[in-house]
Design a binder for this molecule. Structure first.
Ligand code: DAK
Length: 258
């Protein structure tokens, strides 16, 4: 599939997906979401890809769902059309790690897309927000749910009720992002993190993703049991033998995803 609103490049086991609707600050429309879901599905199926990075431009990761596309929708259009649900379901089905590299605006659906990724690295210019309230609606793909689990009730209420933006420093303090870096270093730092992940055993990497995500879904006791069982099961892999032998032999591990 040739893409109009994103670009996709795979290099050294890392796929870089760049949102590319500069005239609309990467606002998420049907085409962009379809292309993004297709690209991520392809990355999941492509054995060469071991980690995925989603980014936008320096000015905007994504300024939200496309308001022009939504403006004239009726309730039935929104409900029966089930806007973005197949695409976001597809994003959530990706088992490989996805890092969001955010500069500038990540608003509404843009902030929600970043939160669908496994972690966020942002530049000092990043601004996160759920300003849907200013449009007479509310967040629709995680802004009241994921954001609340990540930053807590008070900040999630504040952002969703006032529509104010959170800057990079506050986002790091609140746990929304894992690192803040200078804008010129954003891609270097993110690609280097992706590269580090790509060098690990894919089996362990996918287990980490499943286990951390499970922490959001189940009670602590169940989550701890899940973690213990997947820990046990990794002793069935060659990569566990290789990782531990390499440490004791003072050499780099050569993982084979087996
Ligand atoms: N949609 C469409 N166009 C957008 C846009 C958006 N979200 N954001 C920006 N643009 C366009 C502007 O209209 C402008 O286009 P032209 O006038 O040049 O043709 C161009 O991008 C540049 O924007 P500005 O001229 O406004 O640039 P500024 O630097 O002055 O301001 C800004 C940047 C990001 C502060 C401002 O553009 C802004 O406030 N944008 C809107 C932010 C926003 O309200 N985002 C939330 C959108 S609602 C759901 C799924 C998803 C959603 C809901 C439900 N279901 C599955 C149920 C999500 C909803 C949303 O995200």
């Amino acid at each position: 599939m040739a893409y109009e609103t994103i670009t996709l490049a795979v290099d050294n086991h890392v796929a870089l997906v760049t949102l590319n609707r500069p005239d609309a600050l990467n606002a998420l429309n049907d085409v962009l979401m379809t292309e993004l879901a297709d690209a991520l599905k392809g990355c999941q199926e492509n054995e060469k890809v071991r980690c995925i990075v989603i980014t936008g431009s320096e000015k905007a990761f994504a300024a939200g769902a496309d308001i022009a596309m939504m403006k004239d929708k009726s309730f039935v259009d929104a409900f029966a059309g089930d806007l973005f649900t197949p695409e976001t379901d597809q994003i959530m089905r990706v088992r490989k790690p996805i890092i969001a590299a955010v500069s500038g605006y990540a608003l509404g659906g843009g902030c929600e897309l970043a939160m669908m990724c496994d972690f966020i690295i942002c530049s000092e210019t990043a601004k996160f927000g759920q300003p849907e309230i200013n449009l007479g609606v509310v967040a629709g793909i995680g802004g009241t749910q994921r954001l609340t689990r990540i930053v807590g009730k008070s900040k999630a209420m504040d952002m969703n009720l006032t529509g104010r933006f959170m800057d990079a420093e506050e986002a790091e303090r609140s746990g929304l992002v894992s690192r803040v870096v200078p804008v010129k270093k954003l891609m270097e730092e993110t690609m280097s993190a992706a590269q580090k992940i790509a060098e690990k055993s894919m089996v362990s990497v996918m287990v980490v993703k499943e286990a951390v995500n499970r922490a959001y879904e189940v009670p602590l006791r169940e989550g701890l049991l899940f973690e213990r069982r997947v820990f046990h099961s990794l002793f069935a892999t060659e990569d566990q033998k290789e990782g531990m032998s390499a440490f004791l032999e003072k050499r780099e591990a050569q993982f084979r995803d087996k």
